[in-house]
Design a binder for this molecule. Structure first.
Ligand code: PHE
Length: 360
C-alpha cells in the first residue's frame, strides 16, 4: 500500500511540476498511457488472487481516477495561464495620447488655399481655368498686350530678363498673368470666360512685395459684355471670397496698355490696428486692376473688335490671402517656416467649396 501511496505522490508532484501542456501530456502518458505505471499495475490485476484483487482493484481504479482528475484540472489551469500571459503581453494602453498621423500634421499653404477658393468661386460662376508658362516671350508678356517696343509702361514692370539669344530676343519671367489672355484667346473662339491663376515675377522686395508672387487673371469676351458685367462679377466674387454680404467697391481711373478704359478697384474696409475688416468702415483698400479689353489685344488674338468686346482683371492672390487671413508680412509666405505654416495653414482634406464652406 505504501508503494501505491508513494506512486500517487510522485505522479501528483509531476502533474503540479508540469509547466506547460506538453510536459503535462508526458506525465499522463507515463502514468495512464498504454505502458504507463498505473496501466501496468492494472494489467497485473488478472494474475492476483481474488482477495488481493478485491483490495487492489478499487485502490488502483481510485488512483487512476484521481490522477486523471488531477491532470484535467492542471490542464485547465495551464490553459488559463497561457491566455492570461498572452493578454498581458498584448495589452494596449488605451489611455495613451493619440500619435499624430501625417494627414493631421500636414498643412495646406494659405496661397494654395486661396488659389483653391478663388477657383471654386469662379468655377461656380462658369469660368474655366487656363494656364500659361512662367517663362514668357516678350511678345506675350508685352507686345501682344499693346505695350509697343520702348513703351514707358514696360519700365513699370521691373522685369527679370534672361540672357539675349543670338537673334537678340530675350525670354523673361512673366511679370503678370495677362499673357494668358492672348495665349488662350488665340487657341479658341469667342465667347470666352476664364480665369488664369499663376506665378508671376518682378524685381522687387519689401514687406508687401516679393520677387515671386501670384496673380489670378480673369477675362470675359462676348458680343455685349460691358462694364456692368465687370462690376457685378467683381462684387459677387469679393462677397463670396470675404464671406460677407456687404461688399462695396469703387472704380478709380487708372492706366494699363491692354485695357481701355482702365480702372483700379478699391473695396470699403475698416482698419482696426492691424486688423482690416472688409465691407464696413470708412477706408478704401486697393484690391485689383481691371478694364475693358483694348481692341489691339483682341486683334492680337485674331478676334474682331468690331464684333466682340469684354473685360479683364488681375488680382494678387497673396494680397487677398493676407487681407482675408490677417497675415501681416508677405515675405513669410515664402520662408517655409513650419511654425508659421502650422499657424496659418489649412487642414489637408478641408477642400474649399461654395456649399461646404470656403475657409471652414
Ligand atoms: N496685369 C495687370 C497688373 O499686373 C493687372 C490687370 C489685369 C489690369 C487685367 C487690367 C486687366 O498690374
Amino acid at each position: 500500500m505504501s508503494d501505491l501511496k508513494k506512486l500517487e505522490e510522485d505522479i501528483l508532484k509531476a502533474v503540479d511540476a508540469a509547466e506547460d501542456e506538453k510536459a503535462l501530456e508526458d506525465v499522463r502518458v507515463a502514468a495512464l498511457g498504454k505502458k504507463g505505471s498505473i496501466s501496468e499495475l492494472l494489467k497485473g490485476l488478472g494474475k492476483m488472487s481474488p482477495e488481493e484483487r478485491k483490495e487492489m482493484g478499487p485502490a488502483l481504479n481510485g488512483l487512476k481516477t484521481l490522477v486523471g482528475d488531477a491532470i484535467t484540472a492542471r490542464k485547465e489551469a495551464l490553459h488559463d495561464a497561457a491566455i492570461e500571459a498572452r493578454l498581458a503581453s498584448e495589452t494596449v494602453d488605451v489611455t495613451l495620447p493619440v500619435r499624430a498621423a501625417p494627414l493631421s500634421e500636414g498643412r495646406v499653404h494659405p496661397i494654395s488655399q486661396v488659389w483653391d477658393e478663388v477657383t471654386a468661386i469662379f468655377g461656380d460662376m462658369g469660368f474655366t481655368v487656363e494656364e500659361g508658362p512662367d517663362v514668357e516671350t516678350d511678345y506675350y508678356n508685352f507686345e501682344a498686350l499693346n505695350f509697343p517696343e520702348g513703351h514707358p509702361a514696360r519700365e513699370m514692370h521691373d522685369t527679370f530678363y534672361f540672357h539675349p539669344k543670338e537673334d537678340g530676343s530675350r525670354l523673361l519671367l512673366r511679370t503678370h498673368t495677362s499673357p494668358v489672355q492672348v495665349r488662350t484667346m488665340e487657341k479658341g473662339k469667342p465667347p470666352f470666360r476664364f480665369i488664369a491663376p499663376g506665378r508671376t515675377f518682378r524685381c522687387d522686395s519689401d514687406q508687401t512685395h516679393t520677387p515671386q508672387f501670384h496673380q489670378v487673371e480673369g477675362l470675359v469676351v462676348d458680343e455685349t459684355t460691358h462694364m456692368g458685367h465687370l462690376k457685378w462679377t467683381l462684387e459677387t466674387f469679393l462677397a463670396s471670397f470675404f464671406e460677407t454680404d456687404n461688399v462695396e467697391i469703387r472704380f478709380r481711373p487708372s492706366f494699363f496698355p491692354f485695357t481701355e478704359p482702365s480702372m483700379e478697384v478699391d473695396v470699403r474696409c475698416a482698419r482696426l490696428g492691424n486688423e482690416i475688416r472688409i465691407g464696413e468702415g470708412e477706408d478704401w483698400l486697393e484690391i485689383l486692376g481691371c478694364g475693358m479689353i483694348h481692341p489691339n489685344v483682341l486683334k492680337s488674338a485674331g478676334i474682331d473688335p468690331e464684333r466682340y468686346q469684354g473685360f479683364a482683371f488681375g488680382m494678387g492672390i497673396d494680397r487677398i490671402a493676407m487681407l482675408k487671413y490677417g497675415i501681416p508680412d508677405l515675405r513669410a509666405f515664402f520662408e517655409a517656416d513650419l511654425r508659421w505654416l502650422k499657424h496659418y495653414g489649412f487642414q489637408a482634406l478641408d477642400m474649399p467649396t461654395l456649399d461646404g464652406g470656403l475657409s471652414s
